[in-house]
Design a protein around this ligand. Structure first.
Ligand code: URA
Length: 192
């Protein structure tokens, strides 16, 4: 399906019944941010708070993400876009199953086609394995850059993983600083 705007995409996505997650969701969490963002962040799927509020990364992990974004002059409402691999909450916050990811991925593809980001940042292993490479090792390969389909990509620790293991904080922060340098290199309006 080709959409002309995120609004149009959102309307269809809100009534999606392609997989069983639609039966237990309270909200479909489509995404948040600028339709013309040059940088897109992709997480794995909504948790409880996101399911309740209909916006990605609004729980504790989201608060940490916002702090890291703020530190490098990024703002979820202004100069980036945030989405997830699956748009509905997997019960008990389990990992989204491969079949659920497969059913949902066309929404993300449509978002990427519309937004046309220059940079995609995968947050955590699940997103990195779905988007960058099936056997991506987040501990070893976070912060590395590669190009795929004309888009620069990297993966970072999931903010929930940083909350669980504060020892990851310096490395996570370093990845954000490198992201800022990459944005300055390849983006035109993110830091306008
Ligand atoms: N974790 C994710 O991967 N995505 C969210 O939206 C919230 C928590």
């Amino acid at each position: 399906m080709t959409y002309n705007s995120l609004e149009e995409l959102k309307n269809d996505c809100l009534s999606c019944k392609k997989c069983a997650l639609c039966e237990t969701r309270r909200h479909v969490v489509v995404g948040v941010g600028s339709e013309t963002a040059e940088v897109m962040f992709i997480g794995e799927g909504p948790g409880e708070n996101e399911d309740l509020q209909g916006e990605p990364f609004v729980g504790l992990a989201g608060q940490l993400l916002d702090k890291m974004l703020y530190a490098v002059d990024l703002d979820r409402k202004k100069n980036i876009y945030i989405a997830n691999i699956v748009k509905c909450r997997p019960p008990y916050n389990r990992d989204p199953k491969p079949g659920e990811q497969e059913m949902c991925i066309d929404w993300l593809r449509a978002q990427v086609r519309l937004i046309k980001p220059k940079i995609i940042v995968c947050l955590g292993r699940i997103a990195a394995c779905r988007i960058i490479r099936e056997d991506f090792k987040i501990t070893r390969e976070h912060g590395q850059w590669l190009e795929k389909g004309g888009i620069l990509m990297t993966a970072m620790f999931h903010p929930a993983a940083v909350l669980r293991d504060p020892g990851k904080k310096p490395a996570a922060f370093e990845d954000f600083l490198r992201l800022r340098e990459k944005i300055k290199e390849v983006c035109e309006k993110t830091y306008d």
